[in-house]
Design a binder for this molecule. Sequence first.
Ligand code: NDP
Length: 245
Amino acid sequence: MNTTSDRKIVLITGASSGIGAATARRLGADGHHVVLGARRLDRLTTLADGIRAAGGRADHQELDVTDLESVRAFAGVAHERHGRVDVIVNNAGVMALSTLDARRVDEWNQMIDVNLRGTLHGIAAVLPLMKARGAGHIVNVASTSAHRVDPTAAVYCATKYAVWALSEGLRQESRDIRVSVVSPGFTRSELTDRGGDPEAQAAARAAAEQLAIPASAVADAIAYAIAQPDGVDANEVIIRPTAQG
Ligand code: NDP
């Protein structure tokens, strides 16, 4: 458990399930104060109650990362309440798989809005606060899909390659703010449950059921990046099942 001086104020987007929820539990147990955001408020309430019942510190707030004002309010409330924001984990994401010729344009736009624009909104909301203090840490959850492209995942991969690229650009521009990209492979979560071509989603679900690592393994990688000393920037972690090709 961290001492008060080690305790960080950590915002987590997409904290209502999967990797975000596991990260909230892990960082809460490490003694950080976690601020949970997502659209499903009931899930956040239950999670925050659980973290507090285990002796941790947690606030939560409804958040839609596609809406800049919602993300600004999320960061702003935390900043007002705690006087600083030390870390944001830009984790919210959606994956709707289909071939491009299916032209599921609404789902393309949703992936761009949540995965890419949502990450940019997170950066826009915290960067001025962190710059003013000359310290902070931005952790962006990308994917092994930021490193390879597969059929039916072109748009999802495009958003994750973009998250990788903007993280690298941010790193190069920042001398006082740490930037980490954490790229998971198949991980147990709700990611394959929504949207996409049913056949493509079912194939991804079957692969995940066979191979996937627990969300807590990704949470551990995020906790590792956050735990480094201020002058040490763990820029990139790729974490995937040993058996993933
Ligand atoms: P889940 O579906 O379990 O979690 C996704 C989270 O994103 C949910 O909490 C959801 O909350 C949130 N979210 C979706 N849309 C929005 C929105 N508009 N505003 C705010 N929050 C939103 O999947 P994972 O835990 O797997 O996904 C977390 C991240 O990990 C994603 O970026 C994903 O791309 C990435 N990833 C996952 C992999 C895997 O195999 N699981 C592999 C590689 C990367 P709510 O619906 O309540 O808003």
